[in-house]
Design a protein around this ligand. Structure first.
Ligand code: GLU
Length: 300
């Protein structure tokens, strides 16, 4: 059974890019008799707002996108992340980190535009200041990082890591992919598994929840493609079998820039208020819809 998901963060109103992403995943599930699930990625309590979560439900319904309940809300799942984190800690591959965001200017959460204007990553690799600290010395104000080299050793070394595969079906990198330890090292470094006071991070929560929701295909934008080897590595460490990934093209504005939530003029809500129909919104997003689009494949 194919299971796809849409996993927005309620940090703003959904825009054409979200409509596109949700519809690609919905259509892929529906075409193969599968299921489409919804997950609200709301671990960042400072940026996430209830009204944006309500707007997600409202906008998706208006677009004709239905999902199989229950909706997973990450803020309800902190114990599951703590359990997964503990498994990684027990492997002896984690360390507490007290460096502030400002100090290291590293992006610790999901989607930020990078130098290519594409990826979610900032490409500033943590220099390992706290690497020799022990988990026994962790305080509440510390984050937890994955010691990449120890993680590689735990899986049998770099050559073993290089054999970790996954299947990508997206337009840009179709076919079998493999984890490249040097890419992980140079692009991600010792990733944050748990942000201070939050107890998890985008990467950890995403991997744990895709497993919990039994997702067989992760459909999401190209901006997240570089996160995939991190997720594949975490899956291996946590003994989770990998899904297939499909990273689709991004919807861009007339200047070729990817759409961002801060660009309120392009929110789906705004189009709706301006009298557009859902079909017209999908046309604007550049997505031809199948005839059965909107037929129920869930109970929402
Ligand atoms: N929450 C992320 C976003 O809103 C998506 C993460 C994912 O699909 O893995 O962009």
């Amino acid at each position: 059974m194919i299971r796809e998901r849409f996993a927005p963060s309620p940090t703003g109103l959904l825009h054409l890019g979200h409509a596109y992403s949700a519809a690609v995943a919905w259509t892929s599930a529906s075409a193969r008799g599968g299921r489409f699930l919804l997950r609200i990625e709301d671990i960042d309590s400072e940026r996430c707002r209830t009204e944006f979560e309500q707007a997600i439900y409202e906008d998706l319904r208006w677009l004709g996108i239905n999902w199989l309940p229950p909706v997973v809300r990450q803020s309800d799942r902190l114990p599951a992340y703590a359990l997964a984190l503990q498994k990684l800690i027990d492997l002896g591959i984690c360390y507490p980190c007290r460096c502030s965001r400002k100090d290291i200017r590293q992006s610790l959460s999901a989607p930020q535009e990078n130098r290519l204007g594409e990826s979610s990553l900032s490409y500033e690799v943590y220099p390992g200041i706290c690497r020799n600290r022990s988990m026994r010395d962790k305080t509440d104000g510390d984050a937890v990082r994955l010691d990449l080299n120890k993680a590689f050793d735990c899986l049998g070394g770099r050559e073993a890591v290089r054999k970790l595969k996954w299947l990508e079906t997206g337009p840009n990198r179709d076919g079998e992919q493999r984890v490249d330890p040097e890419f992980l090292e140079s692009i991600h470094g010792d990733i944050v598994l748990a942000r201070k006071f939050i107890g998890t991070s985008y990467h950890l929560a995403c991997v744990v929840d895709d497993d919990e929701q039994k997702i067989t295909c992760v459909t999401r934008g190209m901006d997240l493609i570089d996160s995939t080897p991190v997720h594949r590595l975490l899956q291996e460490l946590l003994r989770i079998s990998p899904p297939v990934w499909h990273h689709h093209e991004l919807v861009r504005d007339h200047n070729g820039r990817r759409l961002a939530k801060r660009d309120d003029a392009r929110s789906i809500r705004r189009y709706r208020e301006d009298g557009y129909s859902a079909t017209e919104v999908f046309e604007l997003a550049g997505l031809p819809l199948s005839k059965n689009f909107g037929e129920s494949i869930g109970d929402a």
